[in-house]
Design a protein around this ligand. Sequence first.
Ligand SMILES: Cc1cc2nc3c(=O)[nH]c(=O)nc-3n(C[C@H](O)[C@H](O)[C@H](O)COP(=O)(O)O)c2cc1C
Length: 220
Amino acid sequence: MTTEQTTDPAHGRVAARLSMPLGEAMFTQRAIRRVRPDPIPADDLRDMLVAATRAPSGGNAQPWRFIVLLDEGVRRPFAELYREAWWAKRHDAGIHGPEDFPEAGRYSMQSAMRLADEIGDAPAIVLICATARGEGAMTSVIPAAQNLLLAGRALGVGGTITTLHPSVEERVHALLGIPDSAQVVYCVPLGYPRGRFGPAQRKPLVQVAALDRWDGPALG
Ligand SMILES: Cc1cc2nc3c(=O)[nH]c(=O)nc-3n(C[C@H](O)[C@H](O)[C@H](O)COP(=O)(O)O)c2cc1C
């Protein structure tokens, strides 16, 4: 398939399956970190990935590659590296154990720590990679991550965006055969939520939007 193609054979089929109102998906697509081990049907996973590949990218270069970890023999060793990476990021921030978690954000950090312990139980882990190094390729794959999660929301599949740490990069590349010329941008564990979706808790618009200039009149 080339990017010049004007008709998209997946469009009607996948779009029809992702028929949840856009507003509902956007307003309830929260980070899901606790998932049931039940497998995600191959069709649903494929449609989520198709949706991800419909995201925009710089110059429509589509510099992404999605590695979908299903095999427990791969997920388990990857999960070890994920846990190590999660703690490496905390150590960089001067956090050496749960007792160091800052009061603000403690709940979210505990939840992320639990994900670091349990990520290997997720039935699928998608590594969203950029086919080149550098910021251009990296930023170009970001919209695909959100498309993946919104499509998952429409199908009842939860997940969250996570990142790795340079200290595990070489071993992740070796484990999954990722070439040196590429980079892992996000790691997205997926599964059916143990809890519930949304609503997303966010700052009110009035605090984050201004008219015409940075310190212009607040919007909202
Ligand atoms: C760039 C990025 C990196 C993130 N990294 C992690 C992570 O390493 N571990 C994790 O558990 N969640 C991670 N998250 C998820 C955020 O913590 C989550 O989206 C945020 O707290 C909002 O959560 P909510 O949608 O449930 O309100 C990341 C999200 C983004 C966008």
